[in-house]
Design a protein around this ligand. Structure first.
Ligand SMILES: O=C[C@H](O)COP(=O)(O)O
Ligand SMILES: CC(=O)C(=O)O
Length: 205
């Protein structure tokens, strides 16, 4: 595994790609609002071309692949030259493949046992998913006790009202969310509002 440091990004926008053109416009709006990383989830057939297009057209942006759920998808993003990949979960086969892959991998966890499984692979950062469902801030405070060496990127249920409480925790390196890239904003090409929401999220972090 290589090491991409998530700490400078603070808020990772979690994007569902519609097509290459709109995802490039979206990435430009996020960048204009001060965001320097974007997670493009493998939830649509547009995702892989959109990852390639944003990497090419917006080189200032750290492009991450999200929703990587198995070895085949991991291989696809490695082939694209992606340097950062995230998953909602942490199967043994995915952890084993990712630990040998030339990228930084952030697996998803929802329990102490899953944190232990990830730590067995010497991966220091986990996505807590779905963060607000599995205990939110209280869960992260509780995990800090047995796992003082682990850092988290809580994702799932975060919004403009609650994300700062997550970022204030010492074991939170970054948080993820889609509130600034909601499908109605993207479908309506509302880049100005996306830029404003990104700027608001990045203020005073
Ligand atoms: O599955 C959802 C994404 O990981 C982000 O979660 P969110 O839409 O609740 O911010
Ligand atoms: C849950 C999430 O953020 C992901 O699919 O990577």
């Amino acid at each position: 595994m290589s090491e991409v440091d998530l700490s400078p990004y603070r808020v990772l926008p979690v994007v569902t790609a519609r097509d290459e053109e709109s995802t490039v416009s979206l990435a430009r709006a996020l960048l204009a609002g001060g965001m320097r990383a974007i997670e493009i989830t493998l939830r649509t057939s547009a995702a892989l071309p959109a990852i390639a297009a944003v990497s090419e057209a917006v080189p200032e942006m750290q492009v991450a692949a999200g929703t990587v759920t198995n070895e085949r998808e991991l291989a696809q993003v490695v082939d694209l030259g992606v340097s950062l990949a995230l998953s909602p979960g942490c199967t043994e086969s995915l952890l084993a493949a990712a630990s040998d892959a030339p990228l930084t991998f952030i697996p998803g966890v929802a329990s102490a046992s899953e944190v232990m499984r990830v730590r067995d692979y010497q991966m220091p950062v986990c996505k807590l998913f779905p963060a607000t469902v599995v205990g939110g801030v209280a869960m992260l405070k509780a995990l800090a006790g047995p796992f003082p060496d682990m850092q988290f990127c809580p994702t799932g249920g975060l919004n403009r009202d609650n994300f700062r409480a997550f970022l204030a925790l010492p074991n939170v390196v970054c948080c993820g969310g889609s509130w600034m890239v909601s499908s109605d904003l993207v479908d309506n090409a509302n880049w100005n509002e996306i830029e404003a929401l990104a700027r608001e999220a990045m203020a005073e972090n």
